[in-house]
Every structure is written in structure tokens, then in C-alpha cells.
Design a protein around this ligand. Sequence first.
Ligand code: GLC
Length: 750
Amino acid sequence: MIYQNISNMKYRILLASLVLLTACAEKSQNDLIEQKVDDMLSQMTLEEKVGQLHQISAWGDAASMHDEVAAGRIGSILNFVDPVEINKLQRVAVEESRLGIPLLIARDVIHGYNTILPIPLGQAASFDPELVEQGARMAAVEASADGIRWTFAPMIDISRDARWGRIAESCGEDPYLASVMGVAMVRGFQGDSLNDPTAIAACAKHYAGYGAAEGGRDYNAANIPERQLRNVYLPPFEAVAKAGAQTFMSSFNEIDGVPSTANPFLLNDVLRGEWGFDGFVVTDWNSAGELMAHGVCVDKPDLVEKSINSGVDMDMMTYGFIEELPQLVEEGKVKQSVLDEAVRRVLRVKYHLGLFDNPYVDESLSDKVSLTPENLALARKAAVESVILLKNEGDVLPLGANVKSVAVVGPMAHMKYDQLGTWAFDGVSDRTVTPLEAIREIPGITVNYEPAFESTRDKSTAGIPAAISAARRSDVVIAIVGEEAILSGEAHSLADISLKGAQNELIRQLSATGKPLVMIVMAGRPLTIGEQIEQSDAVLYSFHPGTMGGAAIADLLWGVEAPSGRTPVTFPKMVGQIPIYYNHANTGRPFQGNETLIDDIPLRAGQTSLGCTSFYLDAGVEPLYPFGYGLTYTTFEYGEPRLSANELGVDDTLIVEADITNTGSREATEVAQLYVRDLVGSISRPVRELKAFKRVNIKPGETVTVEFSLPISELAFYGFDYTRKVEPGEFNLWVCHDSNSGTPVSFTVK
Ligand code: GLC
């Protein structure tokens, strides 16, 4: 026993020494880089400093940008993806410019690069951060092989409004889920070491509050009071800043009249002052120039002065810094120290990326690392996990051996380009595997294919009869509908989020044939498809599932895989319910469930007879599907959560256990979710907040115990006095299937 203690002691000492050595090595590496940054800065002219803060979108080949780069007037280039041309231009920067500072090449690598993953909203639906990290790592390897070392991702704007086209790029409505997914993407993009040639610097965007655009209309004003900003919209940004994201991007929108690109509270006080961020901030595309349209600046010198003095470091595509900064510094309107600090931050990232030591890319690499079988397999797994089973009446799915023929109909059944979704610039759409192609590969199945429409916006019903006829001669109908890629993403907001064109008529007529109808939706957002869901027997929601989406859908239809996706956003019944989200305030008059809805209102009903609570006469208050919802090919039952204590202090950790039983006949994965509710606070608190989740695979009949560790400090929030702390009191806690299920237990924080 003594020997055992000694060896334990030795092990602990060895471990502690390793940790200490690693920390010392990192510190000395950082100190070395700081030294190099200072040395470089001390040699730079005013023009060279300003050049580092100027980012342009490539306007041609290397030769066309030669002179500007040789003169040190460009620090970063985006939308430049040819490794041969990148090397040529990098050689100009490194070997011809006076100080040889390498360029930082950037691209929107949002959900994959050549191999396209599901859109981020779909990846969030997987509730699988490990898989999301692997996907970002794959994207980084593919992109860096083309010479790209900086991506404008993760996009972690909290999105509660499906009218907003950019909800597609987001990780959904929940601060915890967005934080976990954002950190996973940062880790994947940046890898274990930034100076590894496959590392690409991450960029947390769009900082901040962009997803709260009024009316869900892109670029619109956001009105977010500070407590809500800090409790809802900032947590994912704080999480990725502390996870080491190298850059941030200031957003287009204003918050309460202050555009983010000229908001020192966001960029200096919070980002640097509170979170200690030491990377750099790039503006969104010309968002500095747009300060004039916002009406907060009178001219270019004014907008440059305001943005850099607010904490912006690099100017994307305004050409303001390059044109106006030298004069502003000479006039003293921008202090030399402000300019130097901005340049220091940019140089620091370039040194950390190893660009000074290793500026060039191996031009033969891309073909070896892109669209490999491993990458395609990863994309297929990501697509499988991103699909949500919303309905499965009579266990129509998975399709069995009795199905000999299927009608594959609808405009998204075979759309190689649109299946990739928004922000898939470098996807190779020829490599997309569509549902039609994958289903045709299944042995023994006759496929009757009819697209019915030219596009998802096609209003002509001329193609519907052929689809109906295909349905009549098939055992099962698989209708693949939704949105083309262009209908979501930047500047693509919708006032009506129902299916476009004549898709609803197609579903109605297919349903009328009486054949089993499986509806599959490919879209960049939740759609108001309640009626179409009623008309269908089973519904799979796949968002835009990426390169391997078709293969993944076939795997799910035939039960090779069981669905495990969960809604990362609330699905509204109708657009008028928006904004609608699970972690809402209780209000003083919460919905009771016994309210009289419009079809049940008696004639001459008394003014107050319908219930004076917070609901819609014509829509109630419940969504079509709540956050965290999803079915699979079995059922699960939850036991009551067991707590390690019922009374805890703010420095304690609560251990929570819950038993989950697979009460069905198929193995499948459950996403167990842990929610809390702070019953009484110095401000009103949400009716539920997600604090943890875990994917757990359970065999039929098996009971598994899931365990969560919840530090009480995670219950902190910004309260009445705008400070973040845990407030004593009673809490409810659920371990359950989604944000609308489960029975709570309670505990007290003293
Ligand atoms: C766009 C987007 C931003 C993107 C940038 C560069 O306008 O708002 O998300 O990273 O410009 O393409």
C-alpha cells in the first residue's frame, strides 16, 4: 500500500511538472512572439502600419495586386483561393516589400470548404460538439491547403426569428448551445497549435446582436437592453473569446442607436476590458463605410476616426483606413498608440499562425486532402445527425423490405447546388449526392422520379399530375420540398416562411392519393408547414444537409441510421408568433392552457371571458415544435432526476443523475437535456434555460444513467444591478427530452 502511495505521489508530481512545463513553454513562446511584434513595429513607417490594417477582396490575379502588396499597402486579402496565385502574391509580400510582412489570406469557410457540411443550423441540431469540431477541423485542412489561414466563422449570433435569412448560418436560439458549438468550431478551425500549417484563425461574428434585427429583416436596427445583451447575446462571444478565437468581426447592425463598428462599449470595454481578448477586430464588409448611412458619421475621415478609436483594428473593404488614417494620426485625431496597438494585434495573429516562418502553401496539397473518402464519410455522419424526425405516424419509417417502389418527387430531390445551402462558395456541387441519386443506389427498389417543379418558387402546377401519377404507381411517396439555397443567408429575409410556389398544393394532392407520404424538408430556416405536416405520415427536417445529404437521408429512410437531430430553434406555427423561443419570460399573465381560441369563441362573448393571459386568439402560444425536440425510431422514458444535494452554496457543484430507458425495439441515440429555472430573481428569469446536454446511445430495453455536473456558478446572470452573480433562492431542474417536457425537481442555493 505504501508503495502504491509513493507511486501515486510520483505520478502526481510528474503530472504537475508536465503541466507546469507546458505552461512555461507557452509563456515563453508568447513572450518570444511579443518580442518579435515589438521589433517589427519599431521598424514600420506610418504607411506600412496603416497597410497592415487594410483588407481587400481580391480583384484579380496576383499580378494585378502586385504593386499594392509590394508597397506594403495591403495586410489581408479575402476571396483569393488559388494556391498558385496566393504563393505568387505572398512571395511579393515576403520577398519584395521592405519588411517582408506576409499577407493573411481569408475566406468564409462557414460549414465546410470543398466538402460541404450541413449548414451551421443543421450542425447545431446534432447537439454533437465533438462532431462539429471534427467538421471544422476537416474544413481547416481543406481550406489551408489552398493557402487560406483565416475564416470568418463561427457565426454565433443568437437567432430567434426565422424570418431572418442568416438564421441558417447560426447555431440557433440558445446561448448555451451556441456557446458550445461556437467553441467546438473555434477548436476545430484553429486546431491544437496555431502555427500548424492546417490551422486557420477563427473569427467570432457578428459582434454583436445582429440576430436581433427588428422584424427579422437583415441589417435592421436591433434594440437590446444591456441586461438582455449580456444574458442572451454576448455569452457565446465570451465563450469563444476565452476559448482562444483569434479575431472578432464587428456587425453591420446598430444596438439602440449605436452601430457595432463604432461601439467602444462592445469593442473595448467588454471584449478587451472584461474578457481580456488580445486578438484583432475586423469590420464586416464596408461596415465602417456604412456608419455614414447609419447617420452617425459625416464623412470618411470621421468614420475612420470613430471606428478605430472604438476598437476596430482592420477595415474590410471601406478603403477608409488606407486613405484617411495617416492624416488622422498626423492631426492627432487618432493617437499613435491606438494605431500601434491595432497593428500589434494583427502582427501578433500573423506570428502565432507561423506565417513569417512558413508563408507559402504546398500547391499539390489540395487534391490530396479535399473531398477524400474520409471527409465525405464525416460529411455523411454530420448530415445524418443534423436531420430531425418531426413526425412518424404509424411508424412509416424506417422503410421496410415490403417497400418495392418509391415515388421520389419534389423540387429538392435532385438539386446538387441548392442542397449545399448558403455560404458554400467553394463547395463542389458536382460531388453532391442528392436523395434521388442515393435512393436509386438502393438494391431492389424501383424509383419513380418526378421533380414536379423547376424550382421551389415555381408557381406552375403543370408538373404536379406527373408526380401524382408516380405516387399512384409506387408503394411509398417521398416528397422532398423546401427552399433553394438563395432563399436563406445574407440579405435573404422572408416575411412569409411557408413553402413557396405550388409546393403546398403538391403535398395536398400527394396526401389525397392515400399513399404513405414521407415529406423531407431542405431549408435554411424553420418553415411554417403545420398543414403539410398534418397531410404527411412522416416528416424529416434536414435543413440544407451538404455534400452527402442525399446519402444521409437514404440511410435514415431505410433505417441504416436512426434520427437523432433536435430542433436548435423553436418552430413557429405561423409567422405571426415570431419572435418565439423556449427561454422566454413568464410574464405577469402566463398562458394557462385553458384559454378560448378563436374557433371556440361563443357569439357575443363577454369582453373578459376568453382569459386575460399572454396568447394569440388565432394561434395560442405553443409553437409547432419546441426547442430541443426530435423523434427517433424508438421511444425513451426518463426517471426522476437525482440530485447530489438539495441545498448548495455558490461555489458548489451539483451532480445530477437520471435514468433513461429505451422502451422501444431499436437502438438509438437520445439527446438528454438539462434545464433549470431560477424561480425568483432580482429580475424576471426565463421559464427554462439549457445548462447541459448529452448524446447517449441506448439499446432496446436498456436503462442508462446519465450524469451531469452543474457548477452552481453557471447559474449566474446579470441582475438588477447589472453585475453577474448567482442569486440565492429556489431552482427547478429538469433532465428531459426537450424544452417542453419533463417533470422538475427542485434545489436551493443558499
Ligand atoms: C459579408 C458577411 C460576413 C462575411 C463578410 C466577408 O457581408 O456579413 O458574414 O464574413 O461579408 O464575406
